[in-house]
Design a protein around this ligand. Structure first.
Ligand code: ZN
Length: 229
């Protein structure tokens, strides 16, 4: 990306201790710390298709993505709508000798809980519903302000939470698991994937595209705007 800084950012040597502490704890969107070796680099604008790597350990620091903040916001809005559809429409329809039953994702989670599998139910709810929803809402909150030239309140904690939920949101695992279940049910009964499952397929693609864009663009934009709270 750029030359790693040889020393931490310097602060005024005669500034009061409280001011130095405040300066040291202030968010620095103009800097990026390597997550592998903690080397500090200056954050620069990356051209499309280029990647930035740590000068010390070669770890990936950022990616110049073709998707800008406005497109990322559009993706997040589409993702929220599809999550709502995915949770209100049936994910699968079963037809067993003329008896038809359908289930949405929340109904399937509830049925799993009442069937005596609370761990599986909680895991499914967290990775397929809660984390993707929080991921999308955080992106909407951050991008909705950044595209208007405003850094939202709580920007830094929101960015940290975004990294956490990105790690734990796994709609693709839910998708694959459901498809395997549908195929296995096909030998016993007629199982048809529902609109909810197709919506989740689209959510998986959108979240993958959003995640691939990383957070470099958000940090860079916030640094250009300034005034991080
Ligand atoms: Zn490194």
């Amino acid at each position: 990306m750029t030359e790693p800084l040889s020393s931490p950012p310097a602060y005024a040597p005669h500034a009061p201790a409280a001011a130095r502490t405040s300066a040291a704890l202030a968010a620095r969107p103009d800097l990026v710390v390597c997550h592998e070796c903690d080397a500090v680099h200056e954050r620069i604008t990356l051209a499309r298709g280029t990647v930035a790597r740590c000068q010390r350990c070669n770890a990936l620091l950022g990616r110049g993505h073709v998707i800008g903040t406005e497109k990322l916001l559009a993706f997040a809005i589409a993702s929220l709508l599809l999550i709502l559809i995915g949770n209100s429409a049936p994910i699968v329809t079963l037809d067993f000798q003329g008896v038809v039953s359908q289930a949405t994702l929340p109904q399937a989670i509830e049925a799993t809980w009442t069937a005596g599998q609370p761990f599986i139910a909680v895991l499914t709810a967290a990775t397929a519903l809660v984390f993707p929803l929080v991921f999308t809402l955080l992106r909407l909150y951050l991008l909705g302000s950044l595209v208007r030239g405003i850094v939202p309140r709580g920007f830094v904690p929101a960015m940290h939470m975004l990294v956490f939920v990105t790690r734990w949101g796994m709609p693709e695992v839910f998708m694959l698991g459901t498809l395997v279940a549908v195929v296995r049910c096909a030998s016993l009964t007629s199982a048809t994937p529902g609109i909810g499952l197709f919506a989740y397929g689209a959510v998986t693609l959108l979240i993958t595209a959003i995640t691939a864009a990383g957070t470099h663009t958000l940090w860079k934009r916030s640094g250009e705007i300034g005034g991080i709270a």
